[in-house]
Write a protein that binds this ligand. Structure first.
Ligand code: ADP
Ligand code: MG
Length: 247
C-alpha cells in the first residue's frame, strides 16, 4: 500500500511472476501501475506490504540492493544521462553486478581493465538485443523518444536481471520497432526471465502474457489468463470500454 498525501495510489495490489513468464499489468491512467513498479524496484517505499523475491523479503532494501538481486526496471519516464553516449548509458546498468557500483558509473570514474572490458561487452550485447548497436556512440539525448526507451530496456538488460519490470516500453515506438521488441520479450521469457510489462495496447500484451493483472484506482480489479481478462465485465467497464470509447 502506498499513498501520496490523501491519494491512495496502490492498495492491496498483488502480483506474482514466475521465471520464464511474462505477466501483463494493464489499467487506465492513474491506476497505480507505475507506483506498483516503484514499490517492487525500491524507488518508492510502501507504507505497508511485502515484496518477495526468490523467497526473500526485500521491501526494506534500497533500489541498488534489489538490483543486485536481479530486479531491473525500465522507467515509464525515460531517464538517460545527458552528455553520455548511448553505450555509456547502457553500461550504467552494470552497476548491479560490478564491484564499483552506480555512483562510479554516474560520475564516470575510470573503470579498471578487465572489468571495464566486461561491462562494455555486456552493454554492447544488450544494445544489440534491442536492435540499436549502430547507435552506440551517439549522444543519448539526440535520439527520438522511442529509441531512448529501447536504450533504457538495454540498460535494464545490462544489469543481468532475473526479473525485468518494463513500464510502457513500447510507447512511442514505430510498428517495426514494436514487433522487434515483442520478439525480444518472447526470447527473454524463453531464456527464463520473469517479465512484468505495463502496456496500453492490450493486443501487444495478450500475445506475450501468460497472465494479466488489471488495476483501477490503486486496486487489482481482475487477474487471470488473457482470454478471461478480455471477457471480464469489470475489466471491460473500467478499461477496455474506455479504451474503445476513446479509440
Ligand atoms: N510522486 C507522486 N506524488 C503524488 N502523487 C502521485 C505520485 N506518483 C503517483 N501519484 C498518484 O498516484 C496515482 C497512481 O499513479 P501511477 O502509479 O503513475 O498510475 P499509472 O502508472 O497506472 O498511470 C495517481 O493518482 C497519481 O496522480
Ligand atoms: Mg504509469
Amino acid at each position: 500500500m502506498r499513498s501520496f498525501g490523501g491519494v491512495v495510489a496502490v492498495d492491496g495490489a498483488s502480483v506474482a511472476v514466475p521465471s520464464g513468464e511474462l505477466h501483463g499489468l494493464i489499467g487506465p491512467n492513474g491506476a497505480g501501475k507505475s507506483t506498483l513498479f516503484h514499490l517492487i524496484s525500491g524507488y518508492l517505499r510502501a507504507d505497508r506490504g511485502e515484496v518477495i523475491f526468490a523467497g526473500q523479503r526485500v521491501e526494506r532494501l534500497p533500489p541498488h540492493a534489489r538490483a543486485r538481486l536481479g530486479i531491473s526496471i525500465a522507467f515509464q519516464a525515460v531517464r538517460l544521462f545527458r552528455g553520455m553516449t548511448v553505450l555509456e548509458n547502457v553500461m550504467v546498468g552494470a552497476h548491479s553486478w560490478t564491484r564499483h557500483g552506480l555512483l562510479d558509473a554516474a560520475l564516470r570514474l575510470p573503470l579498471h581493465g578487465r572489468e571495464e572490458a566486461e561491462i562494455r561487452e555486456q552493454a554492447a550485447s544488450a544494445l544489440e538485443r534491442v536492435g540499436l548497436p549502430h547507435l552506440a556512440s551517439r549522444a543519448a539525448e539526440s535520439l527520438p523518444l522511442g529509441q531512448q526507451r529501447c536504450v533504457q530496456v538495454a540498460r535494464a538488460l545490462c544489469g543481468r536481471p532475473r526479473v525485468l519490470l518494463l513500464d510502457e516500453p513500447a510507447s512511442g515506438l514505430r510498428w517495426a520497432e514494436r514487433e522487434s521488441l515483442s520478439a525480444l520479450l518472447a526470447q527473454l521469457r524463453a531464456e527464463g526471465l520473469a517479465i512484468l510489462l505495463v502496456e496500453h495496447d492490450v493486443r501487444f500484451v495478450t500475445r506475450l502474457a501468460s497472465a494479466i493483472t488489471v488495476m483501477d484506482r490503486g486496486r487489482v480489479i481482475a487477474s487471470g489468463v488473457p482470454d478471461e481478462i478480455r471477457r471480464d465485465p469489470a475489466v471491460i467497464a473500467a478499461y477496455l470500454g474506455r479504451e474503445r470509447a476513446s479509440a
